[in-house]
Write a protein that binds this ligand. Structure first.
Ligand SMILES: [Zn+2]
Length: 259
């Protein structure tokens, strides 16, 4: 009995330490380093993942949350850019950290950001695959929710918005359903993988995309989660829309409370 009690106490201590330790985690990308900053507390209902280092409105929104809306945050850092760099044999290889969760995604993001190269060294691919697996492990160890939740920002000029998912645009086949809310900026939207969550957000008059059950494998985290049956929410707002993203975070907090 006593032994059980002691092991339970030790286990609790390990779990609490993992959630509350505000330590940076270092990942190796060849000779380059990428840091993930963790900010957490016992009260955090779930951990938000920020993959793009240049999307800082989302970070400001996290920092601007009221005390009763408590999340934890894992935030990727390297050069304050969207892409990360892996350096091997004195060569830089750039890639999008939200395209590394499948082999096909790694291959196409390397091709996209390193023009002129058609065949990449196996060691580069291996480094990125290891980084991807280690990052998911680090996130999983610091997230007490069954949901994976990412935060992103977009710009008015050309990047992703809700309109991309509405016919006849290029992403419309990636969505099972789209709801455009009256009076809301189309750049501020949620992307979810669960029908229940789509209906919940639609019911609150929020812009929301329900991802297709069989999305194109682009190596993004939302597609990885769909494949692995992990409920996923992306909270995406336009750069500078801090107040809107604070409200969106509060809404997801409310959703998680009843799940
Ligand atoms: Zn992003």
């Amino acid at each position: 009995m006593k032994r059980i009690l002691i092991s339970t106490l030790v286990l609790n201590l390990v779990v609490i330490t993992a959630f509350t330790l505000n330590a940076d985690i270092s990942f190796q990308l060849g000779t380059k380093t990428c840091m993930a900053k963790y900010k957490g507390s016992k009260q955090g209902i779930a951990t938000l993942l920020s993959l793009h280092d240049d999307e800082n409105t989302a970070i400001d929104a996290f920092n601007g949350l009221p005390k009763d809306t408590c999340f934890n945050l894992l935030e990727i850092h390297q050069n304050n850019l969207r892409t990360l760099t892996c350096n091997l044999n004195s060569k830089n290889y750039e890639f999008d950290p939200n395209r590394i969760f499948s082999d096909a995604g790694i291959d196409s993001t390397l091709k996209k950001y390193n023009s002129g190269i058609t065949k990449f060294p196996a060691a580069v691919v291996t480094q990125i695959k290891t980084f991807s697996a280690d990052l998911l492990k680090a996130y999983g160890a610091r997230n007490r929710s069954t949901y994976t939740i990412s935060i992103h920002n977009n710009t008015n000029e050309g990047s992703l918005s809700l309109t991309d998912y509405i016919r006849p645009n290029k992403y419309h086949q990636e969505a099972r359903a789209v709801f455009a809310a009256e009076g809301k900026d189309l750049d501020d939207f949620f992307l979810v993988t669960e029908l229940n969550d789509f209906n919940y957000l639609k019911g609150l008059n929020e812009n929301v995309v329900l991802q297709s059950d069989n999305p194109t494998d682009d190596g993004s985290l939302s597609v990885y989660c769909a494949k692995n049956k992990i409920p996923y929410i992306n909270i995406e707002a336009e750069h500078g829309h801090k107040a809107e993203q604070v409200d969106m975070l509060k809404i997801v907090y409310g959703l998680l409370k009843i799940r």
